[in-house]
Design a protein around this ligand. Structure first.
Ligand code: FES
Length: 152
């Protein structure tokens, strides 16, 4: 037991819940706002700084607002070998007027470029809100974006 009164003792089981708490908060709010970070910290008896340092380590956690649909375009090797991310990014740029790291003004779509979606056998691949779309073609992407725009 630490005897320094300024030292905070952290409950190991609570800290073990940090990743799932962050995932739940992001799922609920769409991103990890300062308020969401504080809420997770309070619920697990951690400091906001501890929560933020973990959240900022993982690319799956978003620390800025993003669109209702986050499109992740893979620029990994397998996808590169079948055409690469550039044509997909260009198509999205033309259609939605956003580049990597940007969100449409209506808050509908965000675009990210990632290294590998672990679906190399389905290259080229993209993810939209954690749902994988493989063997992507320009026509498939167009249809997919139309479908999402109609839903929104
Ligand atoms: S390189 Fe694109 S899914 Fe693996």
């Amino acid at each position: 037991m630490l005897s320094n009164p300024g030292t905070r003792i952290y409950h190991p089981e609570k800290r073990a819940e940090l990743l799932s708490a962050l995932y739940t908060a992001q799922d609920q709010y769409g991103w990890l706002s300062p308020e969401a970070i504080q809420s997770v910290a309070d619920s697990l008896d951690l400091t906001p700084g501890q929560v933020l340092s973990t959240a900022s380590f993982y690319t799956m956690f978003k620390l800025e607002p993003r669109g209702r649909y986050t499109i992740q375009v893979c620029e990994g090797l397998s996808c590169y070998l079948v055409g690469g991310a550039e044509p997909v990014i260009e198509q999205i740029k033309q259609r939605l007027q956003i580049g990597p790291g940007e969100t449409t003004p209506d808050g509908c779509f965000s675009l990210e470029v990632v290294q590998c979606l672990a679906a190399c056998d389905l290259a080229p691949a993209i993810n939209i809100n954690d749902r994988l779309y493989g063997n992507l073609t320009a026509e498939k992407l167009d249809a997919l974006l139309s479908e999402l725009e109609e839903k929104d």
